[in-house]
Design a protein around this ligand. Structure first.
Ligand SMILES: Cc1cc2nc3c(=O)[nH]c(=O)nc-3n(C[C@H](O)[C@H](O)[C@H](O)COP(=O)(O)O)c2cc1C
Length: 183
């Protein structure tokens, strides 16, 4: 799958087959994450891989929209210094987003779906994963082979994203669009 096709078709997947990720797939996903460029090349991230079903079931309780973690093949917890900490630059989250998207796309190209889970109960997440007080987990990524093959192959939903004409200005705020942006 080429990059543009992957970007066009990429969708969040929340229902997975009950099958472990192949080791080479998991490694490729992690490798894609660690290869992301980061501000000043600081690479302020660690990734905790969770495959144990009991642990995934516990992690499904870290937030109101994290229930899908219970049915995934592997979760990767994205750990950084606390982005809300004193003097912590916004680039921490920019960098992590790049690593996360790399992982998501590397997975997608291998037929693996994924979806983020946002952490609301940080004490619970920390107690499950054991990262130290100076580290923080705002998001996990959940990976697995999609339960429905269709979720990998189906075209993007019409209306699923705002059109270019709504999100792009030229030269200056408010100046829209050559007609090509209107399709
Ligand atoms: C920062 C961020 C946090 C998200 N948190 C959750 C989450 O907690 N639970 C969930 O099911 N999806 C979560 N998502 C997935 C979004 O709901 C999904 O990207 C959006 O609905 C678009 O889905 P689509 O690509 O299938 O159109 C999150 C996405 C992002 C970018």
């Amino acid at each position: 799958m080429d990059v543009e096709e992957a970007l066009r078709k990429l969708r969040a997947v929340r229902r997975f087959r009950d099958a472990p990720l192949r080791d080479e797939d998991l490694r490729a996903i992690l490798d894609a994450g660690r290869r992301a460029g980061s501000s000043k090349n600081l690479q302020r991230w660690h990734f905790i891989v969770v495959r144990d079903r009991a642990t995934l079931t516990e992690l499904a309780k870290v937030g109101p929209f994290a229930g899908h973690l219970a049915g995934g093949a592997a979760a990767i917890a994205l750990i950084t210094p606390d982005p809300a900490g004193a003097d912590m630059p916004l680039s921490v989250t920019w960098d992590l987003g790049r690593a996360a998207q790399n992982m998501t796309l590397a997975a997608w190209a291998r037929g693996i779906g994924s979806v983020p889970a946002t952490v609301y109960d940080h004490d619970l997440c920390r107690s499950i994963l054991g990262y130290p007080p100076d580290q923080h987990c705002e998001y996990l990524l959940n990976f697995g082979y999609p339960a429905e093959e269709r979720s990998i192959t189906r075209p993007a939903r019409i209306g699923g994203r705002r059109p270019l004409v709504e999100v792009v200005y030229y030269e200056r705020w408010g100046a829209t669009a050559p007609s090509a942006d209107r399709s």
